[in-house]
Design a protein around this ligand. Structure first.
Ligand code: AMP
Ligand code: GLY
Length: 434
């Protein structure tokens, strides 16, 4: 099977490892890929924001399947363009990708389909937003979201009226270009955040989905959830204290109304939806939709999935997903991100990395190879990932391999999964305060 994989980071490297683990031979081509992905297949330079460039390559190279890693190509219409050639694409149409590409569209979708979420106001005018802030009644922080894609930087939790005004004015002045000239204000939700991934295959005639295990990301750069937000410093799953009835609650309150809503709205879906969930005192509420796999959640999910990934993604891409419980290892998986100095404000690149022999899976995210030497080449540089019979054992396995990878300035959180482990050991459930 010839597969074109779009992307270049840790998520794509984890997908590539899993695609290659198929019993059937896989010919992998990554675009644009990376030096690390070049060791798992070919790489081709394509502009992922240009659907016709991707389609032109596909028309002459005829892959059996295209797998989209990031959201940007989907929002740009790469899924539509590839499907237009009759080539299966795991990745939604642009109209569906709008669920991530526009927070205002996503909120309207949630409200239209009765999906529990934070109360919100969408604002397109300076005076209206300033008045909203001055008469805000939902408590603090005031959550401000740039409507469009902002590379993960478009959400601000303003702790005061003054901070909200400064943030809002910067957004309206074009801090993220057109993406921030529409602003969604949200009431704050308090609780435990988790990541729920669902494979979805929806068109006018049929709708099916398959749940992946719930994971938890760790967004802050420092241990004990301190410091600025990052793309994610580590993740694990499934959550040890989530009971079957908790999964059922997310299925009935969030997932099924979403799948029905897609069909009612005439939106085709052929890929994954990653639901950002806040488990509040009222139960699970939806923070956001992503139309792609999470990073680093994918590194966890690929350790747990016990299916032929290429075959599974092709089922979705060809619109013949059979709703079912996916085969999973009876394990807990965990990934720890090794990040560059200065991340997340910047990233010190070009620093030589010492790599020994970790006893767990090494996942490249932002690396480059020069004269046989791996160098840092991004904010999130490498991941260590593994699965084990339980969360404590998974943590111990990663801890045992941490000494095998190093460079000056490397940042790592050694508390990935620790809060959840203590929560579970104390006999608490998802309903208890987090
Ligand atoms: P989003 O991109 O919408 O997931 O927002 C980024 C992060 O901001 C989320 O992962 C949450 O931690 C936080 N966040 C977003 N919306 C809210 C909200 N309404 N209340 C509290 N935190 C939020
Ligand atoms: N780990 C969060 C994300 O991929 O958006």
């Amino acid at each position: 099977m010839k597969i074109l994989l779009l992307g270049s980071g840790g998520r794509e490297y984890a997908l590539a490892l899993k695609l290659r683990a198929s019993a059937r031979p896989v010919e992998l081509v990554s675009a644009p890929g990376s030096d690390a992905l070049a060791e798992l297949g070919a790489c081709v330079r394509l502009d992922l924001e240009n659907p016709s460039e991707v389609a032109t390559w596909c028309a002459s190279n005829r892959p059996d399947l295209v797998v989209a890693g990031p959201e940007v190509p989907l929002v740009a219409g790469v899924g539509d363009a590839v499907r237009g050639l009759g080539i299966p694409c795991f990745g939604h149409d642009a109209a569906t990708a709008h669920l991530e590409g526009s927070k205002a569209f996503a909120k309207a979708f949630m409200q239209r389909h009765g999906i529990p979420c934070a109360a919100s106001h969408t604002v397109v005018e300076l005076a209206a937003g300033e008045a909203l802030i001055r008469t805000w009644t939902h408590g603090f922080p005031i959550v401000l979201k740039a409507d469009g894609l902002a590379a993960g930087k478009g959400v601000v939790l303003a702790q005061s009226e003054a901070e909200a005004l400064v943030t809002f004015r910067a957004f309206m002045a074009g801090q993220f270009g057109e993406a921030s000239k529409t602003v969604v204000f949200e009431a704050p939700l308090v609780g435990m955040e988790l990541s729920l991934h669902v494979l979805v295959d929806v068109d006018a005639n049929h709708a099916s989905y398959a749940l992946l295990p719930a994971c938890q990301d760790h967004k802050r750069i420092f241990e004990q959830d301190q410091g600025p937000n990052t793309g994610g410093m580590g993740a694990f799953g499934p959550l040890p204290f989530l009971r079957p009835q908790d999964i059922e609650l997310m299925r009935t309150r969030l997932v099924e109304p979403t799948v029905r809503g897609l069909q009612v709205d005439g939106l085709n879906a052929r890929g994954v939806l990653f639901l950002g969930v806040m488990w509040t005192a009222q139960g699970p509420e939806l923070l956001e939709y992503n139309v792609r796999f999470g990073d680093p959640e994918t590194q966890v999910l690929m350790q747990l999935l016990d299916e032929d990934l290429g075959r599974l993604l092709l089922e979705v891409a060809e619109g013949r997903l059979v709703a079912r419980d996916l085969k999973l290892k009876p394990h807990t998986a965990l990934t720890v991100v090794l990040a560059a100095e200065d991340y997340p404000e910047g990233a010190r690149k070009g620093v030589p990395i010492t790599i020994g022999s970790p006893a767990v899976t090494l996942i490249h995210a932002g690396t480059r190879k020069q004269d046989g030497q791996w160098l840092t080449n991004g904010g999130r540089v490498l991941n260590l990932a593994t699965s084990a019979p339980d969360l404590a054992a998974a943590r111990a396995a990663i801890e045992g391999s941490l000494s095998q990878v190093h460079w000056p300035g490397m940042q790592v959180r050694r508390d990935i999964g620790l809060k959840a482990l203590r929560h579970a050991e104390a006999g608490k459930t998802v309903q208890d305060p987090w």
